[in-house]
Design a protein around this ligand. Structure first.
Ligand code: AMP
Length: 222
């Protein structure tokens, strides 16, 4: 595997504002993807979801996709070297002055250390802190459209009639797998907090509406 490294980026302000290079962390299902979508409607930025990068590899049945499919379906983590490389390739392909927010990475101490050592300029780390019982309820109702990658919810956000028939529950949204994913998050979050304590802002998402959380994120980034 080729060596993973990020291209050096010298940012300039765009329309009077410096681009943000942010990382959003939080337990699976806390609403990171939803918040990234809302932010999209407010500002031009790249949402870099490592879960989406992985699902695209699997959907396209690439060599890497085939080798990691079963790990992902069981809720396990893809090996650090593979995900680090995928992230590097993706970030390096973005225009220099593009704002971006990474969602789903780092997930392990090794990934956090890789990020720290990489010299990649990070402007913010935002942690969404949610309630695990509330999240489990929401995740087990989540529906996924394998064709477009869109996510819906059985009760809160049902899929349109023409796509409902092909929507599925992601294997990694089943309760036993969710519990394992929470554990992985807890194990890695502490390390991330320690390595990036100077950059981190924690948003208490418990009992907050999606819009309340969105406006807090906006205040931090924009
Ligand atoms: P997500 O959509 O972020 O919940 O990710 C779905 C799945 O992709 C995870 O359960 C992991 O199997 C894999 N994955 C996503 N991000 C990472 C990462 N940073 N490190 C290892 N595996 C990952």
């Amino acid at each position: 595997m080729e060596h993973s490294s990020f291209k050096h980026r010298e940012h300039q302000s765009v329309e009077g504002r410096m681009p943000f290079n942010a990382i959003l962390i939080g337990a699976p299902g806390v609403g990171k993807g939803t918040q990234c979508d809302i932010l999209k409607s407010k500002v031009d930025y790249a949402h870099v979801s490592t879960g989406d990068l992985i699902r695209a590899e699997i959907r396209n049945q690439t060599e890497i996709g085939l080798s990691i499919q079963s790990i992902t379906e069981k809720g396990g983590l893809v090996p650090d070297e593979i995900i680090n490389q995928m992230l590097c390739n993706h970030i390096n392909s973005l225009p220099i002055n593009q704002s971006w927010m990474i969602d789903g990475f780092p997930r392990t101490l090794a990934q956090a250390q890789f990020l720290k050592d990489s010299g990649l300029q990070i402007t913010h780390i935002i942690e969404l802190a949610g309630d695990e019982a509330e999240i489990t309820k929401r995740l087990s109702g989540r529906l996924f459209d394998p064709l477009t990658g869109s996510t819906y919810h059985k009760i809160n956000n049902p899929p349109p009639a023409d796509v409902a028939g092909r929507c599925i529950t992601r294997k990694d949204d089943q309760p036993a797998v969710i519990a394992q994913r929470f554990q992985i998050f807890r194990d890695s979050a502490e390390a991330i907090r320690t390595l990036f304590s100077d950059l981190e802002v924690i948003i208490d998402a418990k009992g907050k509406s999606i819009q309340e959380i969105a406006s807090q994120i906006e205040k931090i980034l924009l």
